[in-house]
Structure formats: structure tokens, C-alpha cells
Design a protein. Sequence first.
Length: 88
Amino acid sequence: MRAATPNLALREPLAEREQKRLALAHLQEAWADAAHEGIEGDCLAQTALFLALAELISTYGEEATARFTENFGTRIRNGEFSVNLPRQ
């Protein structure tokens, strides 16, 4: 059971770093819930990437998103996204 959250309209805007920290915590919780329901990690990952790219395109447009993702191959090969994630 989740505790009730205060009215967000009454809160001060969160700093970007804090927003990212909270977003990660929410996504990790949703990921764990989905895995618990039997959804495989690769399916979750592909769906998360699709949703993330769709959101970036909705916000910034296709060209800006394409530029943002152009160097992902190099970043992946350089280990930027290689972290030890806890497995459920």
C-alpha cells in the first residue's frame, strides 16, 4: 500500500537532479512490479526504450531526438550504460 502524497501543486518545483532521482526510483518500482507479473526484462527494456523515445519526440521533435541518439552506439560500446542492476 502506498502512502497518500501531498498535493503536488503546493510543492516547490524539484531540481532536475532530484526529479531524475525520483523518476529512477519510480521506474525501478514499476520494473520490479512488471517482472513480478512475469514480464521478461528484454520486453520491458524494449518497451521502455520505445516509450522514452516517443516522449522525447513528442517534446523535442524527431530531428532533435535523432541528434540526441546518434552517438548511443559509441556510448554503449564505451560502457556508459553498463551498470550492475539488481535482478528480481
